[in-house]
Design a protein. Structure first.
Length: 273
């Protein structure tokens, strides 16, 4: 998730190097064992909030005010449909074959019957979307999350997800657009659309959180744990008729992160209502 909103050609290598450096810095101490780099992460979050206040939030506010809700919904549906292909692959890699089948059906139904994904016909047919990325796949394969990391521009992450990010970005369908102008336009549109869908959540966070950084970190780690473990438990429970009310360890239903990355291809939130 660079001082520009657009992933540079070598961004994957930079993200990998950044993650490795952070891993080497893991000997640093902090008040939370999940977050040994907290002072650094807080500085990065402060930088991100500055970029958001100057660029992203104003653009998202104008977009939400100027663009009709029906059009915004179509834009969100379009980018959500682009992410379904990679979700299908990761569902299959995690042996969630029912989820993979539903993602594959969604991709085909919405692409061919929904005008390239602008219309979400699959949801009207009760075909559920299962969002998956390679970080989740690595988690299902047993790789630990590692320390919490606040990435410049991209926002909250973990060492595991940062290592997976180059592949997530490499397979992003927007990256396959040949000409730079339309490709960059799609990157910008996706970033603004995602941020516009988080405007209300951001306002609530500003008002409710005594420590925005701690709230963002805890909510993100909770959500990612749910993404990796609770969805897999749900899939197993559906097949075996088991109880899926909590993640391993008895955790209750987990809260979503209010600071979702704006550029990761699988991080498109629900369409505006």
């Amino acid at each position: 998730m660079k001082t520009s909103l657009l992933p540079a050609p070598g961004f994957g290598r930079l993200a990998m190097a950044f993650a490795l450096l952070l891993g080497l810095a893991g000997c640093a101490t902090g008040p939370d064992p999940r977050d040994p780099l907290e002072p650094f992460n807080r500085n990065v979050m402060q930088f991100n909030e500055g970029v958001d206040a100057i660029v992203l939030k104003p653009a998202a506010t104008v977009y939400r005010q100027a663009v009709p809700p029906l059009v915004r919904t179509g834009v969100s549906n379009f980018f959500g449909n682009l992410s379904d292909g990679w979700s299908f692959v990761n569902s299959a890699l995690q042996f969630k074959f029912q989820d993979a089948a539903e993602n594959w059906m969604r991709l085909n139904v919405n692409t061919f019957l929904g005008l390239g994904g602008i219309l979400d016909v699959a949801s009207e047919m009760n075909i559920e979307r299962h969002r998956e990325d390679f970080g989740q796949t690595l988690g299902r394969w047993g790789l630990s999350t590692g320390p919490f990391i606040m990435l410049p521009i991209l926002g909250p992450s973990t060492l595991r997800d940062t290592l997976a990010l180059p592949l997530d970005l490499r397979v992003d369908p927007v990256r396959r657009v040949t000409h730079a102008a339309p490709r960059n336009g799609l990157y910008v549109l996706r970033a603004v659309d995602v941020r516009s869908n988080l405007l209300r959540a951001g306002d609530i966070l500003d008002q409710a959180a005594l420590d925005k950084y701690s709230f963002t970190r805890d909510a993100h780690l909770q959500r990612r744990r749910a993404d990796v473990f609770e969805s897999g438990r749900r899939s197993l429970g559906e097949n075996a008729g088991g109880d899926t009310s909590s993640a391993p360890g008895g955790s209750p239903t987990l809260a979503p992160s209010l600071a979702a990355p704006v550029l990761a291809p699988a991080a498109v939130p629900a369409a505006p209502r």
